[in-house]
Design a protein around this ligand. Structure first.
Ligand SMILES: Nc1ncnc2c1ncn2[C@@H]1O[C@H](COP(=O)(O)OP(=O)(O)OP(=O)(O)O)[C@@H](O)[C@H]1O
Length: 572
């Protein structure tokens, strides 16, 4: 909770003035029964209409001042809770963006969405309640008890007994419900995970006619979430009737004992009515307090989940240097290994060098570690051992932004964002003019189809660029990477949806890049990499061959096998 509580420092004014105004309102509320007792005992007993009207006027003034105080408190509560929600959301979002893909997978993206939305909302609601009621409710309970003691000490014992019994009931219910609140949040994560999978995989679900099964899967998760919420609801719901029974019993005892006091002349009828009023006020305050406990228990569970994200140390932290061209090789990998899970390695002992002006091919069977190597280059993940140098220096010395600007990867899955084509392309370089964008599109073999679009660069892409074909999306992604003129362009199987001719034209276009640049083409197709200056061959996480196409045909059995299998396929 420490981290979240520290965010209160931004809202000191709201946290002081909000409760103060609510306290003022509560003080006026506590004074009303006293004035009522005076109206009964003096005004009505002496049939003094002027006195009754005067005291009535005082009650109206108390009410008006109370309304103003309450509205002011509401204003501060809204400012603080909404502000807190915004600051928390920003911080969590910022932190998520610093986490490595491995850390994001550990939380799961659906759980992170629930933490950003539902969990922050719970905390936000608790903050509003903290300002509005957390001081007012206990104050009213203590105030009612004090006022009752001032009127009649013996009868005040009934108040004390009611408070003790209610506190015990509250303690038991709170202990039970805090466990179940955590279960509710976990079930919510599951529901959002299934929803996310369903929305992203709509086409696949339809193609495999799994709508019915997926609906059932969702229903099961929703049902589990419903049951968990109901369990919590039952426990929380028990509190109000339990409090009501205790308080009503208290009022009965109060009236019973009070009647003896009135008969013996120790207590006036007005004072007994004031005591009943205080008992009712205390009851309402206790109900509020109980609801507050429910809200705070929920919020504590949510706050814990938010803190878990905020406290996660980013695995990948950049340096401060910028990449400047040197005489050294552009990229050097020395005995690099990486494992997603402890004790396992996805790639092992990888060493190779890329010089400026070169086109390097990387080929290997599925799951052999190609994409892992690609992710290591712009530091989306860190090697478990070995060293990677860019322009002669270890990657760690460079600022992440600059490193990723100089090593642009085009991932396997073509990801575009809602917005115009121009906006998407400018991710590569925010200041790029239209001329630069068209040049990049031309190189990426995307110029013709963008020109054919009625709006050209202003064409709107929907979420994920789903209004373009797979091949068009891939070419737009390549153009986006080219816009910033990176020193190293990495295409991770990102031409798989292109036909052979377009793929060939793209490769020839990439040969025209500046001699200060280099290209790493990762592919499963021999045709895509056979003309590269050097081809790296991978098998089961290891580099098993390195050389030109002709050299590898002579020296690398695994490469020969790939060539043979693809030639057979082409002939079929
Ligand atoms: N996020 C991950 N968590 C755990 N293991 C992973 C993860 N990503 C990949 N792996 C494992 O690491 C190994 C290498 O995967 P990688 O994606 O690098 O292979 P690849 O050669 O790019 O495969 P493909 O050509 O099929 O894309 C595989 O055994 C894979 O199961």
């Amino acid at each position: 909770m420490k981290t979240i509580v520290s965010y209160f420092r931004y809202f000191k004014k709201e946290l002081v003035f909000g409760p103060l105004f609510k306290l003022a309102e509560a003080i006026f509320e506590l004074l009303v029964p006293l004035v009522m007792a005076q109206i009964i005992d003096i005004g009505m007993a002496q049939k003094d209409l002027t006195y009754i009207l005067q005291r009535g006027g005082v009650i109206v003034i108390f009410a008006l001042v109370g309304i103003v105080c309450s509205a002011t408190c509401q204003y501060y509560a809204a400012r603080c809770s909404q502000g807190m929600g915004t600051v928390l959301r920003k911080s969590v979002y910022h932190k998520i963006n610093q986490l490595s893909s491995q850390q994001v997978s550990q939380f799961s993206s659906s759980s992170l969405i629930t933490r950003l939305t539902n969990d922050v909302n719970q905390v936000q609601q608790a903050v509003a309640m903290l300002i509005r009621l957390a001081i007012r409710a206990p104050f009213l309970v203590i105030g009612s008890l004090t006022m009752a003691m001032m009127i009649d000490r013996q009868l005040a014992l009934v108040f004390l007994a009611a408070i003790l019994v209610i506190a015990m009931v509250l303690g038991v219910l709170m202990t039970c419900s805090s466990y179940f609140f955590k279960a509710v949040q976990r079930q919510l994560d599951r529901v959002s995970q299934i929803s996310q999978e369903n929305l992203e995989g709509q086409r696949v679900i339809r193609a495999f006619s799994r709508q019915q099964l997926e609906t059932e899967r969702f229903d099961q998760a929703a049902q589990a979430s419903y049951k968990a919420s109901m369990r919590v609801g039952w426990i929380s719901g028990l509190f109000n009737p339990a409090t009501q029974i205790v308080i009503n019993l208290g009022i009965v005892v109060l009236l019973y004992c009070g009647s003896f006091q009135i008969n013996s002349g120790v207590l006036s009828p007005g004072s007994l009515i004031a005591l009943v009023n205080y008992m009712t006020q205390m009851f309402l305050a206790l109900v509020v307090l109980a609801n507050l406990f429910v809200i705070f228990t929920k919020a504590a569970a949510s706050a814990g989940r938010i803190e878990a994200v905020l406290k996660t140390e980013a695995q990948i932290v950049g340096g401060t240097s910028v990449c400047t061209p040197t005489e050294d090789p552009l990229l050097e990998l020395e005995e690099v290994s990486f494992g997603y899970n402890e004790g396992e390695s996805a790639v092992e002992g990888i060493s190779f060098t890329i010089h400026t002006g070169q086109t390097i091919g990387l080929i290997g069977g599925t799951g052999c570690g190609k994409s892992t190597i690609v992710q290591l280059l712009p530091r989306l993940i860190n090697p478990t051992s070995g060293i990677i140098r860019f322009c002669g220096k270890p990657l760690q010395v460079y600022s992440l932004a600059d490193l990723r600007k100089q090593i642009r990867i085009v991932p396997q899955k073509a990801v575009l964002f809602s917005g115009t084509i121009r906006e998407n392309l400018r991710w590569g370089n925010e200041t790029a003019g239209d001329e630069q964008l068209w040049q990049a599109l031309e190189l990426a073999q995307a110029k013709t189809f963008v020109e054919a679009m009625e709006q050209g660069l202003d064409t709107m892409l929907v979420q994920g660029g789903k209004n373009c074909s797979g091949g068009q999306r891939q070419r737009l992604c390549i153009a986006r990477a080219l816009v910033g003129h990176p020193q190293l362009l990495v295409l991770d199987d990102s031409t798989s949806a292109l036909d052979y001719q377009t793929d060939a034209r793209l490769r020839s276009a990439l040969k025209t890049l500046s001699p200060a640049q280099a290209v790493l083409i990762v592919s499963q197709r021999i045709a895509s990499i056979r003309h590269a200056d050097c081809i790296l061959v991978m098998d089961q996480g290891r580099l098993v061959g390195q050389g030109t196409h002709e050299e590898l045909l002579e020296t690398c059995k695994f490469y020969q096998e790939i060539v043979r299998s693809q030639t057979r396929e082409d002939q079929r």
